[in-house]
Design a binder for this molecule. Sequence first.
Ligand code: ZN
Length: 420
Amino acid sequence: MDHGQWKPAKIFQALEEAARVNEQAAPGRVGDVRRRNLSLVLDSIARNGDAKPSRAQVAAGTGLTKAAVSSLVADLVESGLVSEVGLYRDGERGRPGQGLELSSRRGVVGMEINVDYLAVGLVDLGGSLRFSSTVESRNRGLKPGAVMEKLGELASQAKAAATSAGITILGGGLAVPGLVDEQRNIVLSAPNLHWEHEQLNPQALLEDAPLGVRLSNEANSAALGELWYGDGPADFLYVSGEVGVGGGVIIGSELYTGPGGSAGELGHIVVHPEGPSCSCGGVGCLETFAGQEAIFEAARIPEGSLGRRTELLLAALAADEQHAKRAVRDAGRYLGIALASSARLMDIEAVVLGGHFAVLADWLKPAVLSSLERYAPGLLEPESLTVSRLEHSGTLLGAAGQVIRAVIESPFEFILGKPA
Ligand SMILES: [Zn+2]
């Protein structure tokens, strides 16, 4: 068998072609085809967000007829998912056309529970963060109910912001630092929160939202945020630095989670066989050297709020303080070891650093690069190690973005007028 002939993309293309022909040939099956074409059109508008394409450009990009696109766009505009903006000419002699964009009057709330803070952000369909709020909150060891109650207060702020901006909330995404069962809303394991098999009720955070609230892993959401709203290339490893160290693997512009949903757990790669015990039950994991608390402790930063400790650490680094410099250098060295092994295993071409790794990048990167050069020489170019510009909003954008993607992939339900 010649595996070289296996070209899934081409097969899907052929199926789509067949579907378009079927639309004319078999009127009885129009529903399915229309459903798919609505998604095709919405996806084309989303992909060309900055260009605000005209109907004619969408037709050219999707291969659908102009008449079909006009009819589909009419439904998308009526449902509130797409807005018309501005006027410009299609070609020299054409009539002025209107640009299309995902509506800024529909939004999704991204939410995050982390060990030291809670955050919410209101993201419109076009991906603009319209409102955000973060509060420090010591969630470790608290029962999920208590944490969800506090998060509910923040969610109310997002709802109020949406109301005053005239934005209808379609749904929400909730990211937590642990392994989740998205279908059943269960946090399977979040060792840094001390949560094991905890049932959540995320829908209660946004009771009126037609699409409900989708649970996700924090690092995976941040990786998707980077892919959709940051500078992430089509293939990269996102490294999330929080109290825990997480990772998200993006391959071919898709998140790879593995069958159990736990792929990319960079923080629990062993970097020192005789290292300290880890929250996961193992020993010598990257997190025990490069997690936020491990760095604060090694740098001898006194207990306190996350913001205060970060300030003190940055001040110590700026003052060339030895413990601080060594703590961050060690974190970088071990992070480099974990990345070297990951790059060998996964053929990774790019790495994006987020969370505290982004904050500490100036001091951390040289040590990461020297580890990479030592343990995986020539494998990762120095330029391919980049720092996220989204900072902490990456997780919110990614958590919300997953719901926005779901709408783009299946807008038909909105056309039926089910969700308000
Ligand atoms: Zn571990």
